[in-house]
Design a protein around this ligand. Structure first.
Ligand SMILES: [Zn+2]
Length: 507
């Protein structure tokens, strides 16, 4: 039988038990015992003995409850409502009304002007170099100023940094040929999001300079500060007042500027001998998405998308001939050279060692011991081929035993190991392969914490900006270089419509 569900439990009460014959009562008790055992084992799970992340929020559960609740609030129930139910429904309705409102300033709302006056500390003049009509050098000709705007820029000092107000002056010059040429602030890529009133254009004609914008992006992406916290921080520590909209723009600009850099990194990934792959769930506008990561020794690329197999081909191209280190996710299975992450299997085995079914617990313990011994033997560089073969045969035998025990989780684990046997033991024949996927899991950890704080991203552009920044930051970390000077340079060039400099190889 399929096991007791919520509806079954609801129908059971003391009176029902009293009405039953002895024989039926035993049946019911047996079913309840099964349920209690399942629940108890589930309760024992933690991030240490299963693949569960440290936070307990299961994305499927939270999504399905919101779906259910919206269904109940849509269909007016005919039955008499208890007061509790009424409260519940009115709360759900409130939530729904709130979520239908778009985040940010509402259309038609009153705008805010700049309250803090700016005073220029540095004047930066821009003259046209050449006549745009005849290419004549304009250095000797007389120029007139025709426009100017303020830029707040972060300037590093020997110790610390300061924010400087620059006044950029733009000049026009009339050539001896009679043609008048204007120096203009640079413009770059335009990022379009459907349904948005104003597209994001990369341009130099903005209040926040490239280095300060990168600093703001670092506060958001690396130090996980909210837009409001960044606003507060800049005001309190640097006496600089910026609107939330301006802060948000800086973060997206820095991210979008990094997109071509990431394309280069994806190409570099394909050259790797070993690629670690992992994924975790992510939210884009509250909808379930996946955050993928592919890590080699010197490069990391993040990608936000669906959980379909096609998303994987963005990170691992068909031309990739190296090894993949992955968890058990089916989309990876088609790659011929693959190492299964044994840490995942070990955590599952640990969970089974605590099973109520004694036989299952014992076999779980054996699987655990065999996996650990195999890892230790290879790590020590053992030459004892016979001992290793014996150990592998032992693990296989134990898994066949486990398949026959009436314990769902043990059966699943045993099948998982046997069905994917070649990938489980690939590291035995190829000792250069790491038997665990720690690299990828560690790379994802930062984003997992960010997801808990900020609940994901809001638009496809936000996701692209976030994953691109993560890719550049993590790759810089692997190559031991400062990510922020590089990103600031990339952004400054992107605002002029220029390509990024080649990614530093690092040490
Ligand atoms: Zn000319």
């Amino acid at each position: 039988m399929a096991g007791l569900n919520k509806d079954d439990l609801k129908q059971m009460n003391r009176r029902y038990f009293q009405s039953l014959s002895q024989e039926r009562l035993v049946e019911v008790a047996d079913n309840l015992h099964k349920l209690a055992t399942d629940l108890w084992e589930k309760q024992q799970q933690s991030s240490e003995n299963s693949s569960q992340p440290p936070s307990k929020d299961n994305p499927y559960v939270s999504l399905s409850t919101t779906e259910e609740s919206s269904q109940t609030s849509e269909s007016e129930s005919v039955e008499a409502k208890t007061s509790l139910k009424q409260i519940e429904e009115s709360r759900e309705k409130e939530k729904k009304q709130k979520s239908s409102r778009k985040p940010g300033k509402q259309p038609g709302g009153k705008g805010f002007g700049r309250k803090q006056p700016l005073k220029a500390e540095v004047i930066v003049p821009h003259y046209p170099d050449l006549c745009s009509a005849c290419n004549h050098d304009l250095a000797e000709s007389e120029s007139q100023r025709y426009m100017g705007y303020y830029v707040l820029e972060l300037e590093p000092k020997l110790f610390g940094f300061g924010i400087v107000t620059q006044l950029h002056h733009y000049y026009r010059t009339t050539c001896s040929c009679g043609h008048c040429t204007h120096a203009k602030p640079g413009t770059g890529y335009i990022s379009v999001v459907e349904g948005r009133s104003k597209d994001l254009q990369l341009t130099e004609y903005v209040l926040v300079g490239a280095v300060l914008a990168t600093f703001i992006a670092s506060l958001s992406v690396r130090y996980r500060m909210s837009r409001t916290k960044i606003q507060e921080f800049l005001k309190d520590w640097t006496n600089t007042q910026l609107s939330i909209g301006t802060i948000d723009r800086c973060i997206r600009e820095a991210g979008i500027a990094c997109v071509p850099v990431v394309e280069e990194l994806v190409e570099q990934l394909q050259q790797a001998d070993i690629l670690h792959l992992d994924e975790t769930h992510w939210y884009e506008r509250g909808k379930l998405h996946w955050l993928w990561v592919a890590v080699s020794t010197k490069t990391a690329v993040f990608h936000i998308g669906s959980r379909r197999k096609e998303e994987l081909s963005y990170l691992v191209k068909e031309a990739f001939v190296g090894w993949l280190v992955t968890d058990g996710y089916a989309a990876y299975r088609s790659h011929p050279k693959r190492q299964r992450c044994l840490a995942h299997l070990i955590r599952k085995a640990i969970a089974i060692t605590g099973a109520i079914n004694q036989k299952a617990a014992t076999i779980g313990q054996w699987i655990l011991e065999d996996l650990r011994a195999l890892i230790a033997t290879i790590a020590q560089g053992s030459e004892d081929a016979r001992g290793i073969r014996k150990r592998m045969a032992g693990l296989r035998r134990v898994c066949y035993l486990g398949k026959k025990v009436e314990h769902t989780k043990l059966q699943a684990l045993a099948k998982e190991i046997l069905n994917d046997w070649d990938a489980v033991i690939a590291f035995v024949k190829n000792p250069e392969l790491p038997p665990t996927n720690n690299e990828a899991e560690r790379a994802l950890r930062h984003a997992v914490i960010a997801r808990h704080i900020g609940f994901g991203t809001r638009t496809s552009e936000g996701s692209l900006a976030y994953s691109s920044l993560l890719s550049v930051i993590e790759t810089c970390r692997l190559r031991e270089i400062n990510p922020w000077t590089y990103i600031a340079e990339v952004l400054a060039l992107a605002r002029q419509g220029l390509s990024p400099p080649p990614f530093p190889v690092g040490s």
